[in-house]
Each structure stands twice: as C-alpha cells, then as structure tokens.
Design a protein. Structure first.
Length: 169
C-alpha cells in the first residue's frame, strides 16, 4: 500500500547492522554474505528504507522508477484502499490531533511534535474529518502536503470535504 514498489539492498553500502532485518514485519530481509529482500514476502512498506543508517536500501533503479510511475501516486492509492476498507460499512472515524510530527507514525523513532495538541475530532465521514484535521493544523501555521487528495477522495466517493466544526469543552 505504501509505495507500490519493492526496494532492494545495495550490498556495497550494507554494513550488516541487521536493523532493517529486525524492523521488517514480513521477515522478507536476509542479511548475509549477499544481503537481499525476498520480493515474494516484501509488501513495499518502506520501513527498511527509513531505518537503514547507511542508505543501503533503495527503490531507485530503472525498474523501480518505471514501477513507481506506472503504479500511480501514493496518496491516491491510500484513498482507494481506505474506500475499499470502509465500503458498505457504518464507521466512526476519530483523529487525535496530538503529538503531531512531520514524519509518519510508522517510523520507529521518537519525533518532536511540531505544535501544541489541538484535540480530538470525530465523524462518520473519513474525508470530512481528515479535511477538518488538515485545516486545523494549517490554521495554527503549519503546512503539510497532501491537500489535493481531498478532491480525489471526494471524486471516488470516499466522502465529502464539507464539514461543520462543533467544538465542545
């Protein structure tokens, strides 16, 4: 879901620290005389890339670039997966606007929050709650990319960008 592209290990850069192997939830990485990622097991999450201190893992190759360009954009895939997961269900969505960091919460490291806690949002519409959360962060002077995804999410029927913010204290 994350990348749609499976990384590879550059053996000349690999220092065999095993951090990527320990981080891989799919047990797709083997570190040895010739380290490699089992493409059949790899789900393309990219966790190994973010944890490698030697930048020995990469998606940058001719085939990696071709696959990345042909598979579409990450945010669109994310919206499509979200749509599929919630289709024909009555869900309640809750966003905790607390300890907001620049990095993804899938990165296994402590990160410094960018702004004070805002609060908690709840909605039955996944697009509305994410749009409201995005707007609340923006109103506090922080800019995050991804604002264009709301149009796409609305277009595929995931939800609506329209929301009414009701504050309770």
């Amino acid at each position: 879901m994350h990348m749609g592209v499976k990384p590879r290990i550059k053996n000349r850069k690999c220092k065999k620290c095993h951090k990527c192997e320990e981080r891989c939830n799919e047990k797709a990485i083997t570190i040895g005389a010739k380290s490699f990622i089992d493409r059949a097991k790899c789900v393309g999450c990219g966790a190994c890339i973010s944890i490698c201190p030697n930048k020995a893992i990469s998606i940058i190759s001719l085939m990696g670039i071709i696959r990345a360009l042909s598979l579409g954009k990450f945010r669109e895939k994310l919206a499509e997966y979200a749509y599929a997961a919630q289709k024909d269900k009555n869900n309640i969505y809750i966003n905790f606007l607390m300890s907001i960091t620049r990095g993804c919460d899938c990165e296994p490291k402590k990160m410094k929050p960018l702004l004070a806690d805002i609060g908690i949002c709840a909605s039955t519409d996944p697009v509305a709650i994410d749009k409201a959360s995005h707007d609340l962060v923006k109103a506090r002077g922080k800019k995050f990319g991804g604002g264009k995804i709301f149009n796409y999410a609305e277009k595929i029927g995931l939800g609506s960008q329209n929301y009414t913010l009701v504050e309770e204290k």
